[in-house]
Design a binder for this molecule. Sequence first.
Ligand SMILES: [Zn+2]
Length: 76
Amino acid sequence: MNPQSQIISNTILQKKTQIIYYEQNIKLVEQQIKKLKKELFQKCNHNWVKDWEDRSCHSSWMCEHCKLYKNPNYNY
Ligand SMILES: [Zn+2]
């Protein structure tokens, strides 16, 4: 490999390492959000309203304050 190609190849390797680093960070932040949603779910004085814009055909209940679903399985 010529020196110029070597530099580019090294840079690609560095970038791949960066991607792994960022992916780990995303996972960490996702876990934090999950934890916060659980906390919010417990703290909010929910007012459940029908959510007709649900992606699935059936409707579900959503809190008009915190925007979380009544069914906890829908929140994560
Ligand atoms: Zn709520």
